[in-house]
Write a new protein. Sequence first.
Length: 68
Amino acid sequence: MKSKSYIEDLRKKSETELNEELVAAKKELFNLRFQNATNQLENTSRISEVKRNIARINTCLTAARNQA
């Protein structure tokens, strides 16, 4: 399963790495929304996938902050 391995990779990262990944995911989401608005996006399911990844990153960040 792809998502389980992605979550395990997130748990191994530090807080700064998670913040960097969060910024990159938000930029990607912005670009996907822009492409969708201009009818250039072919794979619209990628938007929801990126949203889920942002939520996963936020969850890992919260868990890391609560442990520290």
